[in-house]
Design a protein. Sequence first.
Length: 276
Amino acid sequence: MTPSVTAAVLAAALIHAGWNAALKRQSDPLLGSFGIAVGALVACAAVVPFLPFPDPKCWGLIAASIAVHVVYFSFLSISYAQGGLGALYPIMRGTPPLLVAAASFAAVGERIPVTGWIGIIVLCGGLLVLVGGRPASSRAMLLAVATAVCTAIYTLIDGRGSRVSGNTASYIVWEAIGQSICFAGGVLIFRWRACLIHLKTQALPSLVAGALSTAGYATVLWAMGRAPIAEVAALRESSVVFAIFLGAFWLKEPIRRRQWLAAALVAAGAAVMHLR
């Protein structure tokens, strides 16, 4: 993984941590996710005229990704309503890289070097260190695991799709439009009054969060076209460490020794992945 790809993935990780922290601060995470979906839809619709049409052979992957993303956002919203960010976010983000690494060879024929495996395991270990000491209900933990599985599935789909689409930006824009329409439309059907009130009061934050979340994920897909999918997926989950420091400086949450240890392991894992 080159320094430029590493920097891009770390920037995407910071963006991901930021919008997840903002989502957790919402009194109703489902409405927060609805707002992000609408924001992403508006942002993507604005740039569609300036992008080429995706290669026809990637539309099946786009459809599959849309379906998985809708389920992912549903689990994510319900999870945050059931448990705390500190207990659930590490599971959601720490488990997928191992699943992606295990499946990437079968799915896209990638071979991961020994140092890549070591780095991924150390990095994931650092993320999962955060789980201890932050109990959550069994239901919340199961939802977090289900969210993690969805993340691993759409990561593999989109890693492949971005490579065959001919244009990563076009692929992610059309995928984001599809999933935003499906998810936001579903929420609107059942909670239309609350959704309209939310948009009236949170229109600008929703637009910003939606645009940033799409841009961050587009950056990850760009990186997956230039480095092994499993390594990019693992490094992206350094967002957990960014979430720790965002919580400390933005939400005034204390940083404990366990969190410092997790940050050190994540940094060590990322460094090892660069050794060849």
